[in-house]
Design a protein around this ligand. Structure first.
Ligand SMILES: Cc1ncc(COP(=O)(O)O)c(C=O)c1O
Length: 390
């Protein structure tokens, strides 16, 4: 099945649910067994069928199967947030004394986890430049349990040559972990590209409506079982209502992504013509440094990107953003609504340099009419200009 068909028909079996189109939500902790023999069999293999609420319900299994199929993965594991998925992936592959190599452009809480909890457990982290493959090759010479990638970086949008870096890391015996949230399971087939564990904050585009927290890990053969055991040992599980929203979100994922990407493209075209914009950071935009890699490896884009403003724009940022009427200001992204966020990536890098002269705004193109979004930005840029002129 092609993606658009699978998104509609995958992860549901109406004949098994009284003909109802969508699978039901099971609110469950206790699962009853009909006999001692059945109880003992379940204890031996808690991942076979239903066992206990924390191990998932038939709804969780439908969602996980759908994500695994879309990612061409051996299996998927749902957890309670994207950050929980990141921590499960790392904790499943490391032990005390190990070293992990982490791309310098990862989501900031991934860094905090590495520098905090993992460091306390005796796991050290070295950061590398995701755009300099030689950097990783050199570091791998001293060994690593895992390499963690994020492409594009969700704040600064550098593209990484995932197939090349994954091959290098695997050849050195390291597990390859990737935060694939920006592209979603239908935008980049991370497992096919050599990634062992593809991590999604389903909170973003998969749920798509800014109303649930959900994470999911799509795993290749080698790591599926360790990952699901790690998630259950930690006690991480996704709430059934949130899983329902994740599965429901899949039905419209492709349609929504088309519109997000279309609106992002329209906004970039307008922004590119503004003298106050020094650069656009959107891998699907032809002047972006990562455009060639995006074209080569990705099947589609999403709606999250950044712009760099000309030096000296700072005084205009608050007046511009405070009075936008359609763009909200808030963390997260991937919902139906447009967002904008002033960001300063300089404080969360160590292996690469971020030029702080160019103030950075991260923009999420929502599903509104692009003309209305442009008009909102246009008025905002007027305020920016007036504030700078002073
Ligand atoms: C790239 C990326 N990965 C992971 C996460 C964490 O996801 P969650 O908020 O579901 O924990 C985020 C959240 O902003 C993100 O942007």
């Amino acid at each position: 099945m092609k993606d658009n068909t699978y998104l509609v028909h995958g992860g549901r079996q109406p004949s098994r649910q009284h003909g109802m189109v969508n699978p039901p939500v099971y609110h469950a902790s206790t699962v009853l067994f009909p006999s001692v023999a059945a109880l003992e069999a379940a204890e031996k293999n808690p991942f076979e069928g239903v066992y206990y609420g924390r191990f998932g319900t038939p709804l969780h299994f439908e969602f996980e199967r759908a994500i695994a199929d879309l990612e061409h993965a051996a299996g998927a594991v749902s957890v309670c947030s994207g950050l929980a998925a990141i921590s499960v992936a790392l904790l499943a592959v490391v032990k005390a004394g190990d070293r992990v190599l982490v791309a310098d452009n990862v989501y900031a809480p991934t860094r905090k986890l590495c520098d905090g909890l993992l460091a306390r457990m005796g796991v050290s982290t070295v950061y590398f430049d995701p755009c300099e493959p030689d950097d990783l090759t050199r570091l791998l010479e001293s060994g690593a349990a895992a390499v963690f990638l994020e492409s594009p970086g969700s704040l600064t949008f550098e593209m990484t040559d995932i197939p090349a870096l994954a091959a290098t890391a695997r050849a050195a015996g390291a597990a390859v972990l990737m935060d694939n949230t920006w592209a979603t399971p239908i935008g980049f087939r991370a497992i096919d590209a050599g990634v062992d564990i593809s991590i999604h904050s389903a909170t973003k585009y998969i749920v798509g409506h800014a109303d649930a927290m959900l994470g999911v890990l799509a795993c290749g053969d080698r790591w599926f079982d360790p990952v699901r055991r790690c998630a259950r040992q930690l006690g991480y599980c996704a709430g059934p209502d949130d899983v329902y929203l994740g599965l429901r979100g899949l039905r419209t994922l492709s349609t929504r992504l088309d519109r997000h990407a279309h609106n992002a493209d329209r906004l970039c075209a307008w922004l590119d013509a503004q003298p106050e914009v020094a650069a656009i950071r959107y891998p699907a935009w032809p002047s972006d440094p990562g455009y060639a890699l995006w074209r080569r490896d990705f099947e589609r884009a999403s709606g999250l990107f950044a712009i760099l403003l000309q030096p000296g724009s700072e005084p205009g940022i608050a007046p511009m953003l405070d009075d936008l009427s359609l763009f909200g200001m808030g963390f997260s992204w991937g919902g139906y609504e447009s967002l904008v966020l002033p960001v300063n990536p300089a404080g969360i890098r160590s292996a690469t340099r971020w030029d702080t002269r160019y103030p950075c705004l991260r923009i999420h193109a929502g599903l509104e009419d692009a003309d209305d979004l442009v008009a909102d930005l246009d008025a905002g840029f007027d305020r920016l200009r007036r504030a700078i002129a002073g």
